[in-house]
Design a protein around this ligand. Structure first.
Ligand code: FAD
Length: 468
């Protein structure tokens, strides 16, 4: 290994910020205020919601309250997969019928193009490249899952997907031991920080008020309470995802799940030639504890996966530091996938939190009785889903205030979904750690004992965790 763990820049929020620079922080809330809509949280959900509401109704007074700075959370730390996956689709098919879930899937496909179109129209250069999503299988059990997954996606109308054998996979990207892969065109690589910085600047230019370094301690109907004053508004929209537990009364709503990433130094042309990856697809695998990666605009590999999945008591990190063991584990995956990169330095490592509801289903809701709304629980698929959530929140607010009627978006099956809370500690911690320990054991077994049957262990863990 060429880079010692101590030479890795670990934290600094994320590689994307270390590379692009932290933003100048906007003024905190100066005192009590009023607005038509107050949005709590300045990630993609909050900023896209501000964007679409202001575009639809320029007269609206919209205030965004952000505890640190816009993009401090997952929106400034993610893997930059802008893709059409949405957490909970299969459960929504069970609850509301297949046709409703197919509409949800179609809306997600359109969302990928919507983000690309708006970024273009607003002059946000987020290093977007639409090369689709490639998911590889490296064991027989993974291949069986890949085929089943492909057939399952076709049943949602995903007719433009492709399934590749080992040779066709290698023509795209040479992953060691790859026995097959599946590709969908509905995915793009992006630089998350460039997107979130561009979005914040865009909504501010439209006249949205953003206050940073302003933590909201409590959300009540028509009130967002902060240490510096209270903002009163008919609509208060909670867009706090993995940090939701810090709000009064929300401790067990969404579990903050960690995801960690590493980035390599820029690869040489010869190293890229050995790997391929000319299509710059976002890259994933079919392991139970799966990995995700992208080829960055400046020629690095940024690769993520699950380290320590969850901190006791729903605590979150401060600056994105991740555990040394996680850096090593992610580096092992990198070298397992690309043995020719054994000598390449890992230069950056970081982590962030995602929001996980008890049933692993993303939701968007506006409670008409109180004017309280929220969107989130995206699990690991929020880069595109936040945009769909935001357009849906816009439609719900417009519908409630009598400016519009029902729309295709307000009728999607994830709107208004309710789920029970997570268990109290220590059961929450034990459950999540048990689930991931089981996934890692299952992956290991599948590598050691090639069998086409997915590990029964992982299936059992899924059931206990409420995933299926
Ligand atoms: C390491 C990592 C990799 C990921 N990779 C991908 C990927 O490749 N593709 C994908 O689709 N998804 C990915 N995700 C998930 C995706 O990034 C998120 O789903 C998405 O960014 C969520 O956006 P958000 O605005 O809802 O939440 P966040 O971006 O977390 O924003 C919430 C904001 O609210 C603020 N806030 C929280 N509480 C308060 C409060 N009380 N008062 C004021 N402000 C508050 C926070 O500071 C934060 O800025 C990844 C996530 C992580 C952590």
């Amino acid at each position: 290994m060429s880079s010692s763990a101590s030479s890795v820049v670990n934290g600094g929020i994320s590689f994307w910020y270390v590379d692009d620079g932290l933003p100048a922080v906007r003024e905190p809330l100066p005192g009590d205020a009023t607005a038509d809509v107050v949005i709590v949280g300045g990630g993609y959900t909050g900023l896209w919601t501000a964007y679409y509401l202001k575009k639809a109704a320029p007269f609206l007074r919209i205030t965004v309250l952000e505890q640190k700075f816009c993009g401090y959370g997952a929106s400034g730390r993610n893997g930059g997969w802008l893709y059409n996956g949405i957490a909970g689709r299969d459960r929504y098919a069970k609850l509301h019928g297949k046709e409703a879930a197919v509409r949800l899937q179609q809306a997600m496909n359109d969302t990928v193009d919507e983000v690309i179109a708006v970024a273009g129209a607003e002059g946000i250069d987020a290093d977007l490249h639409k090369g689709g999503v490639l998911e590889v299988a490296t064991t027989p059990a993974q291949l069986a899952r890949l085929r089943a997954f492909h057939a399952h996606e076709l049943s949602y109308g995903e007719k433009d997907r492709e399934l590749y054998g080992a040779r066709e996979t290698a023509e795209r990207i040479r992953v060691a031991d790859a026995v097959g892969s599946a590709w969908t065109p509905h995915g793009a690589r992006l630089n998350p920080v460039k997107l979130v910085k561009g979005l914040a600047a865009t909504v501010e230019a439209l006249g949205v008020v953003i206050h940073e370094m302003t933590p909201v301690t409590e959300i009540r109907p028509k009130h967002a309470v902060t240490p510096y004053g209270t903002v009163r508004a008919p609509y208060v929209l909670r867009c706090t995802e993995g940090f939701t537990a810090s709000l009064k009364g929300q401790k067990r709503t969404w579990l903050p799940m960690n995801s960690s990433m590493i980035a390599t130094e820029p690869l040489t042309e010869a190293q890229w030639a050995a790997i391929g990856w000319a299509g710059r697809e976002t890259l994933g695998d079919m392991a139970h504890a799966y990995m995700y990666a992208q080829r960055t605009a400046d020629g690095r590999i940024a690769l993520g996966g699950r380290g320590v999945p969850y901190r006791f008591g729903s605590r979150t990190d401060n600056d994105g530091r991740t555990q040394r063991a996680t850096v090593e584990a992610l580096r092992d995956i990198l070298v397992r996938f690309f043995p020719s990169l054994a000598g390449v330095a890992v230069t950056h490592a970081w982590s962030g939190v995602l929001g996980v509801p008890r049933d692993w289903c993303a939701t968007v809701t506006l409670d008409r009785a109180t004017g309280l709304g929220w969107a989130g629980g995206y699990v690991g698929s929020g880069v595109a889903t936040t945009n769909l959530a935001a357009r849906t929140l816009r439609d719900l607010v417009q519908q409630d205030s009598g400016q519009a009627g029902r729309t295709e978006l307000t009728e999607l099956p994830w709107v208004g979904h309710k789920v029970r809370k997570w268990e109290p500690e220590p059961f929450r911690w034990l459950g999540v750690h048990g689930m991931y320990a089981t996934y890692h054991t299952a992956d290991h077994r599948e590598r050691l004992h090639p069998a086409t049957e997915s590990s029964r262990l992982a299936k059992a863990a899924d059931r206990v965790a409420g995933r299926h």
